[in-house]
Design a protein around this ligand. Structure first.
Ligand SMILES: Cc1ncc(COP(=O)(O)O)c(C=O)c1O
Length: 401
C-alpha cells in the first residue's frame, strides 16, 4: 500500500491519540529506516531512545531469534532459565542487589511508587495511606492514571481525574523547593535526572547531588526515572553518573528491550525491594524468557563501556553543529551525550513544521512542546551520519527562514 492509502486505512480504525508524521516505515537497519515508497531516512528519534542500539542490532536480533524458537513465555508462576542471568547482569550494571522486571516504562514507575509507599509504611513508620512523594514540574513518567495525576502538562492530565493524590510537585532544578516540600509523611523524591519530554532539560549543576544529600538527611528514597536518560544515551550508563549520584532506585525501560520487546525494571537493594512480598506485585509478561534474553544482550552491550565512550566522543560534534545553527533560528539548545533539545524561534517555525521539513530532507525527528524538537539518534551512529543529520537540519531550517 502507498503512504496515502496506509494513512487512510490507519486513521479509519485507530483511536486518534497520536498525530504521526506522514511517513509509513517498513524496514530499518542501524540508524536508517526505509518507507513503503523506498525512501530512506536517518532515524534521529530512535523510538524515544528505545532504539539506543539502532534497528536490527545483530547481537540483539540473535538473542531474540535464538530465544523465540526455544521458549517465549512462562509467566512467573514458573521459573525460566533466562531470568537469573538478566537480573544478575542488570543488578551488577546498576550496582544494586535486586531487580523487579516489568514491561513498559509507566509500569516500572508505578512499581517504584508502590515500593516507595510500602517502604515508608514498613520501614519509616508512616501511617498507612498517608505516604507522599515529591515530583518535579514538567515531569513525564507515563500515562497511567496515578502518574498523569501529578503531571503538570494539561494535555497529559486534564480530564482523567479523580486523581490519586499523595504527590507534591515542585519546580525542577530547585533543591530548596524539594526540601521545603518535605512533610513528616514524605517517603521519596521521584525525578528524571534529565527531563526528556520537557525538551531535554538538564539539571542545574549540583542539583542532583543536593537532592541526594537532602534525601539522605531526611531519610527519603531517591527514585531516578532513567527510562529515557539511561542506558548510554548521555554517554554514561546512567544520567545520574555524570553528577556522581547514586539513587536508591533506578527505574529503567525503553532501551532495555533493545527496540524488540517491551522490557522495564525497577532496580534497588534488598532493603528497598524486599518490602514487597509474595502476591503483592507482578505482571503476566514481566520477566518472560524472551524479554530476559534480549535484556541480557542489551546489558552485555553496555558492560564494556565502549558504547558510552563512543557517545561521549561524538557529543561535541552534535554540540558544535547545533551551536552553528543559531543564525537560522535556533534560540537555544541543550546537549548531553547524543541527546539534544533544540528551541526554535517560534517566528521561524513550530517544532512540528521543522520535523515535517526534516522528513522531506530524509531525517526523522519529533517535536516535544511548541517550538522545541528533540534529537536522539541511535548511539552507534557514525560521525559521518551525525554530519549528515546536522547538514539536513541546517537545510530544513534554511527552507523555513
Ligand atoms: C522518563 C520517562 N518515564 C516513563 C515513560 C513511560 O514509558 P512507557 O511509554 O514505556 O510507558 C517515558 C516515556 O516516554 C519517559 O520518557
Amino acid at each position: 500500500m502507498s503512504t496515502t492509502d496506509t494513512i487512510a486505512a490507519e486513521d479509519a480504525v485507530l483511536a486518534q491519540t497520536y498525530a504521526p508524521l506522514p511517513v509509513v516505515l517498513t524496514s530499518g537497519s542501524g540508524a536508517w529506516v526505509r518507507d513503503v515508497e523506498g525512501r530512506e531516512y536517518l532515524d534521529a528519534l530512535a523510538g524515544y531512545s528505545a532504539l539506543n542500539f539502532g534497528h536490527g542490532h545483530p547481537e540483539l536480533l540473535a538473542a531474540a531469534e535464538e530465544q523465540l524458537h526455544r521458549l517465549t513465555l512462562t509467566s512467573r508462576a514458573f521459573r525460566n532459565d533466562r531470568l537469573a542471568e538478566f537480573a544478575g547482569r542488570l543488578a551488577r550494571l546498576c550496582g544494586k542487589e535486586r531487580v523487579l522486571p516489568m514491561n513498559t516504562g509507566a509500569e516500572a514507575v508505578e512499581t517504584a511508587i508502590k515500593v516507595a509507599r510500602k517502604w515508608g509504611y514498613t520501614r519509616r513508620g508512616v501511617p498507612d495511606g498517608q505516604a507522599r512523594i515529591i515530583a518535579a514540574e514538567n515531569n513525564f513518567h507515563g500515562r497511567t492514571t496515578t502518574i498523569v495525576g501529578f503531571s503538570t502538562d494539561p494535555a497529559t492530565r486534564s480530564g482523567f481525574g479523580p486523581y490519586d493524590g499523595g504527590f507534591d510537585v515542585v519546580p525542577y532544578g530547585s533543591a530548596a523547593a524539594v526540601e521545603a516540600a518535605i512533610t513528616p509523611t514524605t517517603v521519596a523524591v521521584l525525578l528524571e535526572p534529565i527531563q526528556g519530554e520537557a525538551g531535554v532539560v538538564l539539571p542545574p549543576p549540583g542539583y542532583l547531588a543536593q537532592v541526594r544529600e537532602i534525601c539522605d538527611r531526611h531519610g527519603l528514597l531517591l527514585l531516578a526515572d532513567e527510562i529515557q536518560s539511561g542506558l548510554g544515551r548521555t554517554g554514561h550508563t546512567f544520567a545520574c553518573d555524570a553528577d556522581d549520584v547514586v539513587p536508591d532506585v533506578y527505574i529503567l525501560g525503553k532501551a532495555l528491550g533493545g527496540g524488540i520487546v517491551p522490557v522495564s525494571a525497577v532496580v534497588a537493594d534488598h532493603a528497598v525491594l524486599g518490602v514487597l512480598g509474595v502476591g503483592e506485585h507482578g505482571s503476566t509478561f514481566g520477566g518472560n524468557p524472551l524479554a530476559a534474553a534480549v535484556g541480557s544482550a542489551v546489558v552485555r552491550l553496555l558492560e564494556p563501556g565502549d558504547i558510552q565512550e563512543h557517545v561521549r566522543s561524538l557529543s561535541p560534534v552534535l554540540e558544535e553543529g547545533l551551536a552553528r545553527l543559531a543564525p537560522l533560528g535556533v534560540r537555544s539548545h541543550r546537549v548531553r551525550g547524543l541527546w539534544a533539545g533544540i528551541d526554535l524561534d517560534p517566528r521561524v517555525a513550530s517544532g512540528r513544521r521543522l520535523c515535517e521539513r526534516l522528513l522531506e530532507h530524509g531525517v526523522l525527528a519529533k517535536d516535544t512542546h511548541g517550538s522545541t524538537i528533540r534529537l536522539a539518534p541511535p548511539l552507534l551512529v557514525t560521525e559521518e551520519e551525525l554530519h549528515f543529520l546536522l547538514a539536513r537540519l541546517e537545510a530544513a531550517l534554511a527552507d523555513l527562514g
